[in-house]
Design a protein around this ligand. Sequence first.
Ligand code: PHE
Length: 345
Amino acid sequence: MSSDLFDKVKSIIQEIEDTKPGVAEELEQFRLRFLGTKNIIKPLMAEIRNIPNESKKAYGQLVNQAKQKAEAIFEKLKAESEQAADQTGGEGLDLTMPPYPQELGSRHPVSIVMNRIVSIFERIGFSVAEEREIEDDWHNFTAMNTPEDHPARDMQDTYYIKDSIEYLLRTHTSSVQSRVMTTQKPPIRIIAPGRVYRNETISARSHCQFHQVEGLYIDEGVSFADMKQTLLNFAQAMYGPDIKIRLRPSYFPFTEPSAEMDVYWGLENEIDYRITKGTGWLEILGCGMVDPNVLENCKIDPDKYSGFAFGMGIERQAMLAYNLPDIRLFFENDVRFLKQFKASM
Ligand code: PHE
């Protein structure tokens, strides 16, 4: 009976000696088990009254030894854990610290400008149409009144899909016009943002991939005046109510008459002089009345319906909006560049 008690105390001493330094919680568990008010040594001390007189002294010493060991080891473990906390630069876990910042992405500048343009047209009743980037020859060229061997094809150096002259990377978003006109009935009022490709040498001013926004409006009795007013409304929403526009006669195979729209950028400084080539006017988009041949190609009766279309490049406008010197910046995916743009849409 009394030797059982000796063994119990000895095994506690063993347990104390075996304890390895650990995290703060383990240290606290150690304290509660061996030193706290309900520690496991205390009841063994009380057992001394059941020990025969001749062994009482030895038993008392053994229990004291357990207590002192526990105290000594606790002090040692505590010091070690505090030292470790110092090395990690603080007092362990600080729940009041702000969390690591969650890096939120931001919109690409091309998307910001593209979304702005689209939303201006959405406000006046245009709806978004999105289409494929790998297009067939018919939708990109032939339906758009640009048959094979038409010299206007040379204006848009093209990436054909390998071993095929049937499929290509669309050279303009005008391909969305023929897609929509062959699947929808007038009235048609769409705005089509997207990426286009041309086999161009990459430089600060041009790239083999870029973005356009296309617009198309087909209904009975749509006139050139409707187009001009729609585009003026766009220019004012985009560049401010005082912006001036002009329509210059131009040529596109799929519109007749065709025009290019300039906005008056001014000649206030050297950059203005350079980007407007000294005229103050800056070309923003191509436009015109949809050629009757295009309507016919898409099975829309040109005697009943008429319409206008326009197409504009995004990168140029984004470069103007953010004063950027080089179109290649848009396609390099450099976060140091991209994180500078913040927009809610
Ligand atoms: N698709 C023409 C281009 O890429 C722009 C355009 C669109 C012109 C619609 C007129 C009408 O240059």
